[in-house]
Design a binder for this molecule. Structure first.
Ligand code: SF4
Ligand code: SF4
Length: 225
């Protein structure tokens, strides 16, 4: 059931954002850094894919290459919960990210199962190496809402940097040491969407919430009904 809902979130976001004129194309990959977060649900997909499509120990080798430079101090839902409570945005220390361990010759080696953090990243101008992307605000808020729903799906399981979550999911020598860097995925606290972007993001959420999985809508399932 969660896998199916995750696929619907990917699909709904892809449809919703398809009208934007992004400059992204295969081989353009300066956005592929080690600052990617995900849930255990998405990590499990990557592990299954690598188990069937890659040589033995390929994934273990990849995630052992290096430690990520950035480990977020809040999950997306923790961040939104703090914003809704009127707290100031936390200042994360500025760090230079390394390349993603899954980037090979400018292409993603796990493309069919890349997590949502990668799927939603886009720019209307070609990014320069170590430069920033140009992302329309509406796209950012839609991506944040979708990320919140994915975190909600994986609530009370681990959430964190992609290689940390994968290492803990796979087990092994480093798993316990890396567990300290993970956070727990949290339930949805609500959305923090500015009024000027609310109509567009609501269209995305409506498209998703009204989709039926079996006898229920996704909204009913996410609400535990
Ligand atoms: S976000 Fe930037 S670096 Fe990444 S594919 Fe798009 S244009 Fe290229
Ligand atoms: S998982 Fe793939 S798409 Fe995501 S950052 Fe790594 S190489 Fe890029």
């Amino acid at each position: 059931m969660k896998e199916t809902i995750l696929d619907h979130i990917y699909l709904a976001f892809s449809r919703w954002s398809s009208a934007a004129n992004f400059a992204c194309r295969p081989g353009c990959a300066s956005c592929c850094t080690d600052n990617v977060t995900l849930t255990v649900l998405e990590a499990g997909r990557i592990a299954s894919y690598c188990h069937s499509e890659k040589p033995p120990d390929w994934l273990i080798g990849k995630i052992s290459l290096r430690e990520p430079a950035v480990r977020p101090s809040q999950t997306t839902n923790e961040y939104v919960e703090a914003i809704l409570a009127g707290e100031k945005e936390p200042q994360e220390p500025q760090k230079v990210c390394g390349s993603c361990v899954f980037l090979e010759s400018g292409l993603c080696s796990i493309y069919p199962v890349r997590p949502f953090s990668c799927r939603c990243f886009a720019s209307t101008t070609v990014c320069r190496p170590r430069g920033s992307a140009t992302v329309p605000d509406t796209h950012l808020y839609g991506a944040m809402a979708a990320m919140q729903l994915i975190e909600h799906l994986g609530q009370f399981d681990s959430w964190g940097n992609m290689t940390d979550v994968l290492a803990v999911t796979l087990g092994g020598d480093r798993a316990e040491a890396l567990r300290q860097h993970l956070r727990l995925a949290r339930p949805l606290p609500g959305f923090a969407i500015p009024e000027e972007h609310a109509d567009s993001v609501t269209r995305l959420l409506q498209m998703l919430f009204t989709t039926r999985v079996g006898t229920k809508t996704i909204e009913q399932i996410l609400n535990g009904r």
